[in-house]
Design a protein around this ligand. Structure first.
Ligand SMILES: NC(=O)c1ccc[n+]([C@@H]2O[C@H](COP(=O)([O-])OP(=O)(O)OC[C@H]3O[C@@H](n4cnc5c(N)ncnc54)[C@H](O)[C@@H]3O)[C@@H](O)[C@H]2O)c1
Length: 382
């Protein structure tokens, strides 16, 4: 069976739903249809994306025998009910991050996924930049040595002003944490996937810069607030963090720190890390995703570029173009989806982020929230 025999549907017509449609199609998989929050949005997206079907609701997708997999690209509060329905309805699921609103929900989803035997994945796409796979290979084959420390940040500026608004700022739609669960979990997933090390304790200090935000009257999709300015607003109280720092203790004794912010002017979407080991250190920055900096103590430092002839076999698996033909954000989704569909087809490379890993990220968020509230080191209960 080949990709072209599979059929998928995407739920969500905002920022990332269409990214899913593009990524799936680039693999040669049919995207049959789409579902948005209203019939008008569904119709607009179907037309814009050139799809066949407008679905009425998630039940209609589940009832469609042609559909093999459902991609969930909707606000976080909808992940748990929709993923649960999809699994109970016999569909493979690719769910956006974070997997759910809390670890009770994610525990149930992990159990359901296991019992169903279906492929259940979380869209931690940043792992799939080829040079992050190269970093993983170098750490795991021992070239970097014992890991001493991991530091980094994930910073954005799209929520800088108090007039910037999105469903994420409200705990009832996005969960009790915002910057940490929205972008911090990407960083933590990336670091744990590269190092293979679990974070066992956290100490968090989070900050709400805007305790009041001005909500435009009408729905606002992600990043669109930077392009359009609303004329009328209502004030809403905000109880999710705009930024914060988290200290980590890893299972091998290594130390770490993450700075996360959605209010850092000029930083559109910057993910970066420095991993320091006993032999080498590694640095990567999403602003230059096709370069990996390798630091040496006793010889000149190196920059590894994304060229299939210069990287490990693992990284090469995730490269589709020759050197200096840059691969970036949309490619990382395509590679993540390829791994997911390979698992469904039971062929090729299979290394997708599982619901179990999605659960671990949400358990980390629970510990981070508790640590911030107690202002104390807190153990991760995964
Ligand atoms: N992996 C990544 O890099 C990445 C990037 C952005 C967003 N995300 C995740 O994707 C999800 C969506 O985020 P976004 O930025 O696209 O948000 P968005 O606000 O731009 O879009 C959300 C979409 O969901 C639709 N929706 C709301 N309720 C619905 C319902 N009941 N049925 C069907 N559709 C419904 C809305 O109409 C909207 O089209 C979030 O969980 C977010 O964390 C992941």
């Amino acid at each position: 069976m080949h990709y072209s025999r599979l059929t998928s549907v995407v739920v969500g017509t905002g920022f990332i739903g269409p990214v899913h449609v593009e990524g799936i199609r680039r693999l040669g998989i049919r995207v049959k249809g789409i579902l948005g929050s209203t019939p008008a949005k569904t119709a607009r997206a179907r037309q814009h994306l050139g799809l066949e079907m407008e679905y009425e609701d998630i039940d209609a997708i589940i009832a469609d025998p042609e559909v093999d997999a459902i991609h969930l690209a909707v606000p976080n509060v909808l992940h748990y009910p929709m993923a649960k329905k999809a699994l109970l309805g016999g569909k493979h699921v690719m769910c956006e991050k974070p997997l759910a609103m809390n670890s009770q929900e994610t525990t149930e989803l992990v159990k359901l996924a296991k019992e169903s035997g279906l492929v259940a994945a979380v869209t931690y796409n940043i792992r799939f930049y080829p040079l992050n796979m190269e970093a993983r290979q170098r750490v795991q084959e021992g070239a970097v040595g014992n890991i001493y420390s991991v530091v980094g940040s994930y910073v954005q500026d799209w929520l800088l002003y108090d007039t910037d608004y999105n469903w994420r700022v409200l705990a009832e739609h996005g969960g009790p944490l915002r910057a940490v669960s929205d972008i911090g979990t990407h960083w933590m997933d990336l670091i744990t996937s590269i190092t293979g090390l679990k974070i066992v304790e956290v100490f968090a200090d989070l900050h709400i810069v805007h305790p009041l935000r001005k909500r435009p009257l009408g729905e606002v999709e992600t990043f669109s607030g930077k392009m359009t300015k609303a004329q009328s607003y209502e004030e809403v109280e905000i109880n999710t963090e705009d930024c914060g720092s988290i200290l980590f203790r890893f299972e091998n004794g290594a130390k770490g720190v993450l700075w996360v912010s959605q209010v850092m002017a000029g930083c559109k979407n910057n993910v970066s890390y420095q991993i320091a080991g006993s032999q080498q250190s590694l640095q990567w920055d999403s602003a230059r995703p096709n370069e990996l900096w390798v630091g040496h103590r006793s010889s000149p430092n190196q920059i590894v570029v994304k060229d299939p002839s210069l990287v490990s076999e693992l990284a090469r698996t995730y490269i589709d173009y020759p050197g200096q033909h840059n691969e970036g954000f949309p490619d990382s989704f395509k590679q993540c989806f390829r791994s997911f569909y390979n698992a469904i087809l039971e062929h090729g490379e299979v290394d997708y982020p599982t619901f179990k890993e999605g659960h671990y990220e949400v358990a980390l968020c629970d510990a981070i929230l508790e640590s911030h509230r107690r202002q104390a080191w807190t153990r991760v209960d995964a």
